[in-house]
Design a protein around this ligand. Structure first.
Ligand code: GUN
Length: 283
């Protein structure tokens, strides 16, 4: 049996309708939601991401402030920009696109962001709130994956979720949200011995390593939910992801494609975080 597709584009559209309505309400109340995105350097991939974010903001009633700096922008200059944005009441969210150039200490930059405006949930304060079960801001990609699981009414309580990839951006925060939803969580990484042994136990399998086709069909439990977070474009422009989709979809019960899966949901959750930050301002 072929898996049902979890369509990230359709789901993102639904969530964005709610976002646009809430943005209009905020604007009418004098609190136009604003998101500042900072990009340092000229990575083409990062450029595509930030332009997508800008377009999504504009289409949904959120003011987008895009600040682009050359690769030689200094750490001190960047910290100063963050200080100014922290104090600007018209800015509700700040996102510094990663990776940063090598001469900049990314950790120092992230920690300079006011936790109230930390839309990625990258600061130690917000990570700690998430870990202690009181998230104020949810990290965009894991939050998007939770919405995808919610959209199929998946009963997470008691289910076994296996995450492949232990990054600070996806794997680790994903495990916290799943734990809080009552799942039993295993976190693997690309070096886990006999990875297939673990993934075959997964009712919900979340692949987030960035390693092409690391999840093959034989590693999927029949009927499982498979969410593919990894995405990479090769030198020929071909898009790769973590899951061997054509074969895995013949085994899984539900599966998310790339493109059109997690990607649109991640940006949507960034918009939602910005809306929620603006709404908190009115509380
Ligand atoms: N670079 C790749 N993914 C992300 C993300 O989720 N947030 C930020 N700030 N940079 C990224």
């Amino acid at each position: 049996m072929t898996a049902q597709i979890i369509n990230g584009n359709e789901l993102a559209k639904e969530v964005r309708e709610d976002i646009a309505a809430r943005a209009a309400k905020l604007t009418a109340a004098g609190e136009l939601p604003g998101l500042a995105v900072i990009l340092v350097g000229d990575s083409p991939a990062s450029m595509v991401y930030v332009l997508n974010k800008e377009r999504a903001c504009k289409a949904n009633g959120i003011r987008s402030i895009l600040e682009k700096y050359d690769a030689d922008f200094s750490e001190a200059e960047l910290l100063e920009r963050i200080r100014v944005l922290n104090e600007d009441p018209s800015v509700h969210g700040i996102l510094v696109q990663l990776p940063l150039p090598d001469h900049i200490d990314g950790r120092k930059v992230i920690e300079a962001i006011d936790p109230e405006k930390d839309m990625d949930c990258f600061t130690v304060v917000n990570t700690g709130l998430l870990m202690t079960g009181q998230p104020r801001i949810k990290p965009c990609t894991p939050y998007g994956v939770m919405k995808m699981l919610e959209s199929i009414d998946y009963p997470l309580r008691g289910a076994h979720a296996v995450i492949v990839g232990a990054s600070n951006i996806v794997g680790k925060p994903m495990s916290m949200l799943l734990l809080q939803a009552g799942a039993t969580v295993t976190i693997c990484n690309s070096k886990t011995r006999d990875l297939g042994h673990h993934t075959r136990l997964a009712d919900v399998l979340i692949a987030a390593t960035g390693k092409r086709n690391i999840i093959t069909a034989d590693m999927v439990k029949p009927g499982a939910v498979v969410i593919d977070v990894g995405v990479e474009r090769d030198e020929n422009g071909k898009l790769w992801s973590d899951v061997d989709f054509p074969n895995a979809k013949e085994v899984a019960g539900y599966i998310s494609p790339v493109p059109g899966g997690v990607g649109p949901m991640t940006i949507t959750m960034l918009l939602l975080n910005t809306i929620e930050a603006a709404e908190r301002r009115l509380e």
